[in-house]
Design a protein around this ligand. Structure first.
Ligand code: ATP
Length: 300
C-alpha cells in the first residue's frame, strides 16, 4: 500500500511534559484518516509537527516517502494543505479577497481557480460580505478553501467541526467527502468524537497519552462494533421466546430491553409479540458500541 504520511515512533517533549510518547501511524493514499483521541491526547501536536511548525524530540515521519530530515520534505509539504486550530483568514476581507490574497502569497500566476474554489466550498454567493460576519461554519469552509489554494493532494484538518451546529457539521462532512471522492484528496482529520468521524473516515488512528493505541480500517471497526436494533418491550422473556422462534441473534439487557443483531420485520415482530402478550414500546438503531469501543481503548 502507498502511504502519504507515516509517523515512526514520534516523541515530543515540552520541558518535562511528554506530549507525544512514541506515536506511529500510516495514512494510506486516497484515505480519509480519522485521528481520534481525547482532549490533550496529542492530536494537534502531531499535526503541528507534520506541518513543519514544530520538530519532534525523537522519531521521524515521512511525507510522500520523503524523510522529515531530507531537504526535499519542503517540496512534499507543498503538496499538503492544512487548517490547524483556527482557520487563518483575514476577517476584514471577503471570501474572494481572502482566496486572492492566498494566491498572491503562493505566487500563483493568475486568479484562475478562485471562482471554482468558492463554489466547491459553497461560498460563491457571499459577495462583499466580510469574513468577520460569516458563521463559524462558513469561516471553517473558507479556511479549507484557503488550504486548497495550492491544489494539495493531502489535506490536514484539526478538529474542523469543533463548535459547529449540526447543519455546519453536515456541510463540512459533505465537503470532505467531495474532496476525497471527486478530487482524490487524501484527508487527515482529527476529532475527539469517534462517532462523528465514523460517517466519513475510511481508516482510524486512535491515540491516547501521546501514542497510538490502535490503527483500524472502517471495515474492521464496523465488524468490531456491530450495529444493532435496540428494542424496548414490556416483557423481555417473552421477547426472547419470539426472537428464538425467529432464529435471530440477540442480547437481553434488562427486563425490558434487548439488542437484536438482525434486520427485523416490524409487523411480524409486533404480531408475534402480541401473541405472547408483550408490547413493543420502541425500536431504534443503536451504535453506541462505537463509543464503548473507543472507551475500551482509551478509558473514560
Ligand atoms: P485538544 O483536542 O485539547 O487540542 P490534542 O489531542 O490536540 O487535544 P495537544 O494540543 O496536542 O492535544 O496537546 C497534548 C498535550 O501537550 C496537552 O496536555 C497540552 O496541554 C500539551 N501541550 C501542547 N502544547 C504545549 C506547549 N506549547 N507547551 C506545553 N505543553 C503543551
Amino acid at each position: 500500500m502507498e502511504y502519504v504520511l507515516t509517523a515512526n515512533n514520534l516523541y515530543k517533549d515540552y520541558g518535562r511534559f511528554h506530549a507525544l510518547t512514541g506515536l506511529s501511524l500510516s495514512v494510506p493514499k486516497g484515505s480519509i484518516y480519522g485521528l481520534v483521541g481525547k482532549n490533550g491526547a496529542g492530536k494537534t501536536t502531531l499535526i503541528r509537527i507534520i506541518c513543519g511548525l514544530q520538530s519532534p524530540t525523537h522519531g521521524d515521519y515521512t511525507l510522500y516517502g520523503v524523510d522529515c530530515r531530507d531537504r526535499r520534505i519542503t517540496k512534499s509539504r507543498r503538496r499538503m494543505g492544512a487548517v490547524v486550530e483556527t482557520p487563518s483568514i483575514y476577517l476584514d476581507m471577503s471570501a474572494r479577497e481572502n482566496l486572492m490574497q492566498q494566491y498572491r502569497i503562493l505566487g500563483m500566476p493568475s486568479f484562475e481557480g478562485v471562482d471554482s474554489l468558492l463554489k466547491l466550498v459553497g461560498l460563491e454567493d457571499t459577495g462583499k460580505k466580510k469574513a468577520r460576519n460569516f458563521s463559524l461554519g462558513m469561516r471553517q469552509r473558507l479556511g479549507i478553501a484557503i488550504a486548497l489554494c495550492g491544489e494539495p493532494d493531502f489535506l490536514v484538518l484539526d478538529e474542523p467541526t469543533n463548535g459547529l451546529d449540526p447543519q455546519g457539521i453536515v456541510e463540512i462532512r459533505e465537503l470532505i467527502l467531495r474532496l476525497n471522492r471527486e478530487k482524490n484528496i487524501t484527508v487527515l482529520i482529527s476529532s475527539h468524537i469517534l462517532a462523528e468521524l465514523s460517517k466519513l473516515a475510511t481508516h482510524y488512528g486512535i491515540i491516547d497519552g501521546g501514542r497510538t493505541v490502535k490503527e483500524i480500517s472502517a471495515e474492521e471497526l464496523e465488524a468490531a462494533c456491530r450495529k444493532c436494533q435496540r428494542l424496548q418491550v414490556s416483557n423481555a422473556p417473552a421477547l426472547a421466546r419470539v426472537l428464538d422462534g425467529m432464529g435471530v441473534e440477540y442480547k437481553i439487557l434488562s427486563d425490558t430491553e434487548a439488542d437484536v443483531y438482525a434486520r427485523l420485520n416490524v409487523t411480524a415482530l409486533t404480531n408475534a409479540l402480541s401473541a405472547e402478550g408483550c408490547e413493543l414500546i420502541s425500536l431504534m438503531e443503536h451504535d453506541e458500541s462505537l463509543e464503548s469501543y473507543f472507551i475500551s481503548l482509551v478509558g473514560k
